[in-house]
Structure formats: C-alpha cells, structure tokens
Design a protein around this ligand. Structure first.
Ligand SMILES: *Cc1c(COP(=O)(O)O)cnc(C)c1O
Length: 454
C-alpha cells in the first residue's frame, strides 16, 4: 500500500495540473476511446507500473469536474478537505450500520444530522445520509406514505388510489420513487407552476380536494426547493398550511437548494422549511463534497425506523438503537459519507459555508448581469439561485452546446424553459472566476457568429 500511495499522489497531482491549465476538454469519440485505452479486463494481472499507466490514461480521458469549463451539472469544483477526507474514508472502509462497526463515524453522522437540522429549524430531528437526493426523496416519500396508510409497508396497497403531489418543474426522482413505493407514476399529480417556476398553491389545494372527494389517499406533497432548471423555490409556508389542513406529509426536496439555508440572507428562499416533515439536502452539489452525500432529515424522531426497521439479530447485537443507524437506512452495508462532510465543516465552520455561498451568488449575479447587458443574449429571468437560463439570438441552443462540447471549450447544458430550448448555465464552483465566465460568453458569441454565417 505504501508504494501505491506514492503513485496515487503522483496521479492526484497530475489531475490538479490538468484542472489548473483549464485547457479545453475535447470530447472523446466513444469508439476510438475504448480502443485507445484498452479497457477490457485481462486474464493475468499487470505490474504496478502498468496498472498506474492505465489509470493515468483513463484519468486523462475523464471530464475534469473541477475545471472552470465544467458548467453543466448541479455539482462542480471540489471542497478540498472533503476530498482529502474521502480518500482516507476509502482506506478506513467502515460500514455505517452500527457503532460496533463504524465507531466515531457514527457520532460524526449524528453531529451532522443535529447541526443541519438546526439550520432547517427541525427541533425533534433524526436523519440519515443517503446515496443521493433521489434516494433521500424516496425515503421522505416513504415516510409520508406510511403515515397516510400505516398498513402499506406490511401488506401493500389496499386497493385505494394513493397519490403524491409535486410541481411540473420537479425532479424526475419523484416519479421513480412513486413507482418503487408501489404508488405508481400515474398517481403523481403534477401541479402547474407560476411563471417563475414555483408551484401554484391554489392548484395544489384544488388537486388535493378533488382526490380526497374521490377517496384517494394523499401520501405527501413534495415541494421543490431549488428546481433543476430555473432554480425556483416552491412557497413552503403556503404549501405547509395546505398540508396541515389535510394532515398530509410535506417533504422538501432541497437536493439543490438546501444549502441556501447556510446563507444568512438567502436562507429566506426556504422560508417555512420548519413546517416541513422531511428534507433532502445534497452536500455533493452546491457544497462541493465528493459524490455522493445527501442528508435526509426528518422532523419527527422515530419515523425513519418505523418505515425502515428490520429485525436482523446477527447485526444489531449491541448498543442503543441511536447508535445503530442501520435501523434507519435503506442499505445494509452503507458507505461512510459523513467523514468528508464533517471534515469540510471543520475547515469552514458555519461562517465559511456562508462565505462560500456568497461567492456562488456573486458569480451567478455577474453572469446574469453580463447576459442582460449583452446584445447577443436574452436572460429568461433573473436567477433566484445558481442556474442562469438565457437565449442566444439566431442559434439553436442544442447545436450551440454540442459545438462547445465538441472541442472542449465548455460543458454547458440546455433546457426547456416555457416551451423553448435555452442555454442553462450552472454556477456552483466558487473557484471559477469572472474572467472564466467572460471567456465562456465570448466563446458562445464566436460560435454564434460561425453558425449564423455558415
Ligand atoms: C439533483 C436533484 C435531485 C436528485 O439528487 P441526486 O443526488 O442526483 O440523486 C433531486 N431533486 C432535485 C431538485 C435535484 O436538483
């Protein structure tokens, strides 16, 4: 291992150099790449030098997500302490089901649960780190289903139609979860949005009342806090009052927008979060922690184990239930995603997270201002959060993105906004500079000129 570590550090340094150069990341033709890298698995093992040479080649052909040209995902950049801790996590290799197997790491996860719960105003909180916001949403929705129908977990559906409510701008993980929960995709009611992309609460209230009249069982409303495209926030306070009226579980999907709670002013985007029953909050997107790391918080202690507990005499042999989070997780063996987030938090503190977000908001504002002032672009709307959607006059957004991708100038995406494909820029890496953004816009304009004149 010692000798591997030396080679590993060399590769890590090589990666840092690649990112620093901010060289274009050319798209590799998928067929040629497979041949060139000889990825097939050998019958006989290779020497250390040969293995590392192969690893290095693969590393060079993988998108560098900390490059300032990587702008199309809801993650990008790296919180360095988290990355360092995660390298050690692989070596420690504990499983997060019991204190007996994971020791201090269990206490670290508990610290994170309670500390993050405070930011959400959850007073009687429990929680568990999930492998992503999709799974965290699944768990939140399951608790809603189980509260609406105590018998579902044991016996499955009793034949009544069970329903979920979510906006048309919500993340597709909700549909998948509805399928996995035995409720069915067709029973996810898509509530229309106002122009800014947030859920229309009158429509929500109507949909619920119609369903109740028809003997449906509403299981949960999933409010999106930070939509994937526009970065819009559903009005939690009003949604919560609809939920309270009918005693329906409110799950807040803050996979993208949850971290706004760490910003002293912009936390008001999630006004009313304290009324939610559960919350998903990804640390692997806006907070720069390596994938995956998603906190699922629940406002009511005991609900997680009610939905997930399973007897396993061979596993949960000692210690109080609190110390055995395997009683509250979907997985049996569970990766330690706590240490990296905890280490980052040690380095930044609450105030450091605020500052980091402040920088992200500043970059988003810079981009929006630039777009607004340019004659070649049209801003779809002022961003509330960290995604900026805009039109480029005279060209198709899809073609433009493809061309920027082809020679590696930028990885940027496009999305449907009010029926039209537009450019979607994501500014979550606080290490990128305004000149990086300026270069991006200049590249876009150059491409636009090329396409128009061709
Ligand atoms: C990214 C995202 C998800 C899914 O989270 P993963 O961590 O990618 O599984 C869910 N909801 C929203 C709003 C998201 O942006």
């Amino acid at each position: 291992m010692k000798s591997l570590l030396k080679d590993t550090f060399e590769l890590a340094e090589q990666l840092l150099q690649l990112e620093q150069d901010a060289a274009p990341m050319p798209r590799h033709d998928v067929g040629a790449l497979g041949d060139q890298l000889s990825l097939e698995l050998p019958q006989d093992g290779a020497t250390q030098g040969e293995v590392f040479a192969k690893m290095s080649a693969v590393l060079n052909a993988t998108p560098q997500t900390s490059s300032p040209r990587f702008l199309n995902q809801l993650f990008g950049g790296r919180q360095n302490y988290a990355a360092a801790a995660d390298m050690l996590t692989a070596m420690l290799n504990v499983s997060m089901y019991t204190y007996k197997a994971a020791g201090a790491m269990i206490l670290i996860e508990q610290q994170l649960v309670q500390h993050m719960a405070k930011f959400a105003g959850f007073t009687n909180a429990e929680g568990v780190i999930c492998p992503g916001g999709s799974m965290a949403n699944f768990v939140g929705m399951m608790m809603g289903r189980d509260r609406a129908n105590h018998d579902f977990r044991e016996h499955g559906s009793d034949g009544r139609q069970h329903t979920f409510y979510v906006s048309t701008q919500s993340h597709y993980s909700v549909d998948k979860a509805a399928a996995m929960l035995g409720v069915g995709r067709a029973n996810v009611r898509k509530i229309k949005c106002d122009d800014n992309g947030s859920m229309n609460v009158d429509d929500l209230a109507n949909a619920i009342e119609v369903d109740i009249t028809n003997d449906c069982v509403p299981c949960a409303v999933i409010a999106t806090c930070g939509t994937t495209v526009l970065g819009a926030f559903d009005p939690l306070k009003q949604i919560a009052s609809v939920c309270r009226k009918h005693n329906i579980w409110l799950h807040a999907d803050g996979a993208f927008g949850g971290p706004a709670l760490l910003h002293r002013q912009h936390r008001n985007l999630l006004d009313g979060i304290e009324y939610a029953d559960s919350l998903s909050w990804d640390a692997h997107k806006v907070m720069g922690v390596p994938l995956t790391c998603s906190m699922l918080l629940c406002q009511h202690q005991g609900k997680l184990s009610k939905s997930l507990q399973q007897d396993a005499e061979y596993l949960f042999q000692v210690d109080h239930e609190d110390l055995n989070p395997g009683l509250r997780s979907i997985q049996c063996g569970r990766r330690n995603d706590a240490f990296k987030l905890w280490s980052a938090w040690q380095a930044l503190g609450d105030n450091g997270w605020h500052d980091r977000l402040e920088q992200q908001f500043k970059l988003a504002k810079f981009a929006a201002d630039y777009i607004e002032q340019s004659a070649d672009f049209e801003l779809c709307q002022r961003p509330e959060y960290l995604t900026i959607c805009f039109k480029v006059y005279g060209v198709d957004a899809t073609e433009l993105c493809d061309q920027l991708h082809a020679n590696g100038e930028a990885l940027i995406g496009h999305a449907d906004v009010r029926g039209e494909q537009v450019m979607r820029l994501v500014v979550v890496n606080p290490e990128i500079s305004t000149s990086d953004l300026q270069r991006l816009f200049e590249n876009i304009v150059a491409k636009q000129r090329n396409i128009i004149s061709a």
